[in-house]
Design a protein around this ligand. Sequence first.
Ligand SMILES: Cc1cc2nc3c(=O)[nH]c(=O)nc-3n(C[C@H](O)[C@H](O)[C@H](O)COP(=O)(O)OP(=O)(O)OC[C@H]3O[C@@H](n4cnc5c(N)ncnc54)[C@H](O)[C@@H]3O)c2cc1C
Length: 388
Amino acid sequence: MNTNNYYDVIVSGVGSMGAAACYYLAQRNIKVLGIDQFDIPHEQGSHAGQSRIIRKAYFENPDYIPLLKRAYENWKRLEDRSGAKIYYQTGLLYHGRPDHPIISGTKDAAALYDIELDPLDAGETKSRFPQFRLPDDFISFIEPDAGFVTAERSVLTYKSESLKMGAAIKTNEKVIEWKKGPDGIKLTTDKNIYFCKKLIITAGAWAGKLIPGLKADLRVTRQTLAWIRSKNDASFTLGNFPCWLVAPEDKGGIYYGFPILPANEFSGPVGLKIAHHYPHATADPDNVDRNINTRDEEEIRAILRDYFTITDIEIAGWKTCLYTNTKDEDFIIDFLPGHDKDVAIACGFSGHGFKFVSVVGEILADLAQNGKTNLPIGFLRLDRDRLK
Ligand SMILES: Cc1cc2nc3c(=O)[nH]c(=O)nc-3n(C[C@H](O)[C@H](O)[C@H](O)COP(=O)(O)OP(=O)(O)OC[C@H]3O[C@@H](n4cnc5c(N)ncnc54)[C@H](O)[C@@H]3O)c2cc1C
């Protein structure tokens, strides 16, 4: 056996979750190799497009809130260690009907965990945020401790900090197959063969292709993000405008967006970034239609028309990105059955995983190093009923 190719842990897929896993393993002096099929970061998977919302009042399921608290702490630690700015506390402005499950669920989750939400009456909403046009029966409130984390910058920071701490990272190398044998795990890429004691699979939209038996439980969807310019740009800049979400009545999911970020601090596109959080068309991650069609454009224009007062709109940029959805839209973080706790998997982040990257990295390092974690992930196990 070539000991140069022997690692304690291999992380297969160094995108959002995998880059953080490499970081936590390297920090613990574990001999780790991370492998990605593309550059790190890149635009083919789930982490492209500058920014991701982070919030604590988790209407989806309050079980996530202890993980979110840890995620906030870990993002701060990453900033302190690296000097990179990752978390921007813009506040998150919520709009919707009081009985909409997103609005009532956010309030319930906040009450359960004592998370601050500041209510706004209709007059205040109009005077402080004249950018929005809202139905009369909508209510609004702000979660002040929410905002966004940077996406590509986080992945890049985790990668560079991992390298500084001794991790090995290979890019543009594709994992073709892996197999557990009596002497450990053998992993074959399109360039080499490696061996490890523990394997972590964080393959994002490709998880169904690398994890046996999981394909049917994961639906990959093509999602779009748009950047808008208008006459009203000055009122949407970072510092003047928060992150926001609207709970729409006529459609599932959430409309949401971000302030205009300064071009000297962020790579483009520059503009008011808007998206619809809802699983769109099913896609094969190796064959995604990256062209923008009239339906994509009409959806964005409808959000602007229905909920904003802005005029002279130009769509300045687009990106396509992938969700990997589970049936219940909860993540999967677990050991893969039949492999003696030697293979840990983290996938199915269902379009809401990025804010958790900093805690998922820690959890995966715990699973590989100790065979368990003290962080509460029981509700994300693979054999839960709601997944089937
Ligand atoms: C448009 C959009 C908006 C979003 N907004 C938010 C938000 O506001 N807030 C939020 O919290 N989350 C948000 N998310 C979700 C979040 O970005 C994802 O949940 C998260 O990025 C998933 O991380 P991942 O590590 O699973 O996937 P990725 O970051 O894509 O990483 C997977 C990696 O595995 C690699 N890989 C796969 N197969 C192989 C192989 N065979 N060999 C080598 N490498 C391989 C890939 O190249 C890739 O780099 C959004 C996602 C999208 C698409």
